[in-house]
Design a protein around this ligand. Structure first.
Ligand code: ATP
Ligand code: MG
Length: 360
């Protein structure tokens, strides 16, 4: 089986409102798929259809090889779900909730108890196993929800914003757990608004907007292609030159100007680097500007230099080597790659604009 999930014109209407609009999505087996989109985009609705909690209005999907409309019971056996709003029994304890889930899947008693112990220790909630859910904090309930969803070792795990409300340490534990489960062969569907989480964990990302799939690719390809597309549509070299002619550039204008014209289009995808140096002089800056991968340098009053570098593998090394060769002394350094957040705002903003135009 190549795809853990495949949707075919999957559609959900609430009255006149189209929440999910003919979605065609493929999620590779044994991958981690990140499902992104603004509030109300249709992520949870899609997940509810894929987990057989609600029926599509039209279209269908195959989940772990089974059709969600024809074989919902088989689908339910293959999946686990950590819902956006934790759905546990408030009057039962953490352990009783996990046991109930295991019983639903018909797990043998020994295996059930062992698995619950392991999972509770893993997410650090064993200490509260006998506490009633209604007496627990939001983060504690989230942990119990994770335990309950994993107890039967599902092929596909759906996580709808699982790390919201978790403290930083528990968040890291959950990330490690997601990675570990994936390495053991589980497919993970992760809905999240945390771009760092998605970027770090996911093999592929789908961005849904207004019920439609607006972008789909690997995190890196999205950064490369979406930000590059934007550049083609929006950068206007004529305007840049005019702005520069009108601007009152002072400190190191001759080099800065040239780099700006030639490379404005690359800046959307640029890697940012910030350096603190014990000293820097014009000669060093001239030298740095001559490095082809340096797109822009800004000097700051504090002595900090910030760079925009072409997104090539050895750009950072080239700059540092040049500084070392001239006897420069770097006291601190940080770098920032183009982010998924940039991709997200561009993909979703673009779509809204189109919709607005269509409605005019
Ligand atoms: N039961 C319902 N009845 C009517 N409309 C609904 C229902 N459930 C969801 N919707 C609407 O469908 C749209 C998609 O909702 P959904 O919960 O799928 O969004 P989401 O992408 O998960 O958003 P969020 O990031 O806020 O969780 C929203 O406009 C929502 O108001
Ligand atoms: Mg949601």
């Amino acid at each position: 089986m190549k795809y853990a999930i495949e949707t075919f014109d999957l559609t959900k209407r609430y009255g006149d409102f189209l929440a999910v609009d003919a979605l065609d999505l493929k999620v590779k087996n044994k991958s981690i798929f990140g499902f992104l989109g603004p509030n109300g985009a249709g992520k949870t609705t899609t997940i509810k259809m894929l987990t057989c909690l609600i029926q599509p209005t039209s279209g269908t999907a195959s989940v772990s090889g089974y059709d969600i409309i024809k074989s919902p019971d088989e689908v339910r056996q293959k999946i686990g779900m950590v819902p956006q709003l934790v759905s546990l029994y408030g009057d039962l304890t953490a352990r009783e909730n996990a046991e109930l889930c295991a019983d639903y899947y018909g797990m043998p008693r020994d295996l059930k108890e062992q698995r619950i112990d392991e999972l509770m220790e893993l997410v650090d909630i064993k200490y509260a196993e006998n506490k009633l859910i209604r007496q627990m904090s939001g983060g504690q309930r989230q942990k119990v929800s994770v335990v309950a969803s994993l107890v039967h070792q599902p092929d596909i795990l759906f996580l709808d914003e699982p790390t919201i409300g978790l403290d930083p340490t528990t968040k890291t534990v959950l990330w490690e757990l997601i990675d570990e489960l994936n390495q053991k062969g589980h497919t993970i569907i992760l809905c999240s608004h945390d771009m760092y989480e998605v970027d770090m964990l996911c093999d592929h990302i789908g961005i849904i907007n207004l019920g439609k799939l607006a972008a789909f690719d690997t995190p890196q390809s999205l950064k490369d292609t979406v930000l590059a597309e934007e550049k083609c549509q929006e950068s206007n070299i004529g305007e840049i030159v005019r702005e520069m002619e009108e601007s009152d550039a002072t400190a190191h204008p001759s080099f800065g100007k040239l780099k700006t014209v030639v490379n404005e289009s690359e800046k959307d995808r640029a890697r940012e680097m910030s350096l603190m140096m014990s000293y820097s002089d014009t000669k060093l800056l001239e030298r740095l500007y001559q490095i082809p991968c340096v797109l822009e340098i800004e000097t700051h009053r504090s002595g900090r230099l910030t760079f925009k570098l072409a997104n090539t593998e050895n750009a950072v090394t080239q700059v540092i080597s040049a500084i070392m060769e001239t006897g420069g002394n770097i006291t601190s350094i940080s770098t920032k790659d183009p982010s998924l957040e940039d991709v997200f705002s561009k993909v979703t903003a673009k779509k809204v604009k189109k919709e607005e135009k269509a409605g005019e």
